[in-house]
Design a protein around this ligand. Structure first.
Ligand code: NAG
Ligand code: NAG
Ligand code: NAG
Ligand code: NAG
Ligand code: NAG
Length: 505
């Protein structure tokens, strides 16, 4: 009897939880919620050598080290969006997106890398694109830097040279002046963790410099924080009053989950080493304590006279602390962490001291780093709510990778599950998420993966000079979601609707 009562109670509670959850979460988007789509200059523009454009680190890498790109290809043409921006804007408008997040190519605007020469054509391209969006009622959201800095600056050390801070601020100022009447949401820098690690601690991203023991990575992150902080202060001093926009940074955040319930502390360490590395200085004034302690410990173990993690002066802390009008996050996937048992024998292999893995039940995608775990998204949003005093959050990228099929049911299912998690985090848990961007409107040049991994809701035919665009199933699903402002059922895959591309047959 007692057992029966307990069972009934459990079932009733489960029902109540379920009902109250679904009652609150109707899977509609809150009023005023902004839905957009995103891209990046090097991934879509092409036109790498038109007019007076300068060479950037991705031009240089793909032309000189094609062996580092899976298919050996490059962004010389990509989606040809330099010429097709009107077509892009029309598509974004037709589908019903509220905003378009694009990035500016530094060496297109400043061919010498510096502010002494401003390319008229380069700047005009971004004015044209912005005007095309505004004319279509689409809000332009601009990323000032999405990984493609001028090669000449890399020849002087790129993000490991502190002088890049002022060069970056001078570049940002030109964009605020030229585009700031129309652009009200700025992203200073996209995903520092990704290019600082891939570019200065490995060879997966430009400039592909493998500097040992994360010395280059930490220095890069340090200069990114200074460049971000100074750019925010510049906006405060010269533009905020007249332009009234918002400035933030975008971080690439995976959800780091404990391998099992014994490892909550390890998950916290992983969070601080990834999100906290950039966000703690911006929201709390300095690197997280656990990072400072652990990097100092492992540096000493390796024989360095001082920690490989640089320190901020009080002046820099004052500049960087409190410089996010909103928190931009790119989210795709989750990881599991547990402690590195080598440390019990006194062997320190990783600064964070963790082994990072995935759950074998999570579905794989076309990208080797990317497994599907929707609940990680909600976990991450609640973590950000708690860690940074529930800031305004803009999800500036979320999406799924496959190999280019038009019948991309897995992508639709991914969007449904991840958006559901986000809506629950907003409505049930009070997370202050105000915008969300689909990555991506088009298939594009996927960095070290070349054209082998596709994230678009629109297929692009890269093997043909016309770079024609073709709708995928996910594109029509998104059009419905956007018109109803509500999640739509995932269509079922039937043989009748299967469309094979020539190279899939
Ligand atoms: C631009 O680069 C392409 C290769 O992507 C090349 O065929 C073309 O000649 C170059 N144009 C100029 C003006 O250098
Ligand atoms: C900008 O638009 C004008 C007017 O349509 C056009 O003549 C010009 O070629 C465009 N420039 C760029 C760089 O897109
Ligand atoms: C977590 O996993 C470790 C290693 O497999 C194991 O020793 C520990 O007992 C597990 N803890 C729990 C709570 O399952
Ligand atoms: C950073 O700014 C916050 C909010 O203004 C303040 O409470 C905190 O003390 C600052 N941190 C440092 C290290 O200055
Ligand atoms: C690309 O689209 C254009 C315009 O619709 C068409 O003329 C052309 O044949 C298409 N190219 C391919 C390879 O399908």
């Amino acid at each position: 009897m007692a057992r029966f009562v307990i069972a009934v109670t459990i079932i009733t509670c489960a029902l109540i939880t379920k009902i109250s959850c679904c009652d609150v979460v109707k899977l509609t988007f809150p009023s005023g919620f902004s839905l957009g789509t995103a891209s990046a200059s090097y991934q879509v523009e092409g036109a790498w050598n038109v007019s007076d454009k300068g060479e950037n680190v991705w031009d240089y890498l793909t032309h000189n080290r094609p062996d580092l790109i899976t298919d050996g290809r490059n962004g010389d043409v990509a989606c040809d969006s330099y010429y097709k921006y009107q077509e892009d804007a029309d598509l974004i408008k037709t589908l019903g997106f509220d905003f378009y997040r694009f990035s500016v190519s530094w060496s297109r605007v400043l061919p010498t890398g510096f502010a002494n020469v401003i390319s008229e054509d380069g700047l005009q391209y971004y004015k044209n694109l912005t005007a095309a969006l505004v004319a279509n009622g689409i809000e332009p959201v601009v990323t000032i830097y999405h990984w493609d800095h001028p090669q000449v600056i890399e020849e002087m050390g790129g993000w490991t040279n502190e002088l890049i801070v002022d060069w970056f601020v001078a570049y940002a100022e030109i964009l605020f002046e030229a585009l700031g009447d129309s652009v009200k949401r700025w992203i200073t820098i996209n995903e520092p963790d990704a290019f600082c690690e891939g570019g200065y601690d490995g060879v997966s991203k430009a400039p592909a410099k493998e500097i040992p023991n994360s010395i280059g990575k930490y220095l890069c992150g340090h200069n990114v924080l200074k460049a971000h902080g100074k750019t925010f202060r510049l906006y405060d001093e010269k533009f905020r009053e007249t332009q009234g926009g918002e400035v933030g940074i975008v971080l690439p955040l995976m959800a780091y989950l404990p391998y099992n319930s014994s490892y909550e502390a390890e998950a916290e360490t992983a969070f601080q080493f990834t999100c906290g590395w950039m966000a703690h200085p911006i929201y709390h004034g300095d690197y997280p304590d656990i990072m400072k302690t652990r990097v100092a410990l492992v540096s000493e173990y390796q024989g360095y006279p001082r920690s490989r993690l640089p320190e901020f002066s009080d002046e820099w802390i004052a500049i960087i602390n409190g410089t996010n009008d909103y928190f931009g996050i790119n989210h795709y996937t989750s990881k599991l962490v547990y402690p590195d048992s080598g440390e019990e024998q006194g062997i320190y292999t990783y600064d964070h001291g963790l082994i990072v893995t995935v759950d074998s039940s999570w579905a794989a995608t076309a990208s080797n780093w990317f497994y599907v775990n929707p609940s990680g998204f909600g976990y991450l949003l609640r973590k950000i709510r708690d860690e940074y005093n529930n800031p305004s959050v803009w999800v500036t990228e979320n999406g799924y990778s496959d190999t280019g099929e038009l019948d991309d049911y897995n992508r639709v299912s991914y969007y449904y599950e991840y958006l559901r998690e986000m809506l629950i985090a907003i409505k049930r848990d009070g997370c202050n998420v105000e915008g969300y961007a689909v990555w991506s409107i088009l298939d594009n040049f996927e960095w070290q993966a070349g054209y082998t991994e596709r994230f678009g809701i629109t297929h692009v035919e890269f093997d043909d000079a016309d770079t024609n665009r073709t709708a995928k199933i996910s594109q029509s699903w998104w059009a419905k979601v956007l018109s109803k402002r509500k999640l739509q059922a995932v269509p079922t895959n039937t043989a009748a609707t299967r469309t094979l591309l020539p190279w899939q047959k």
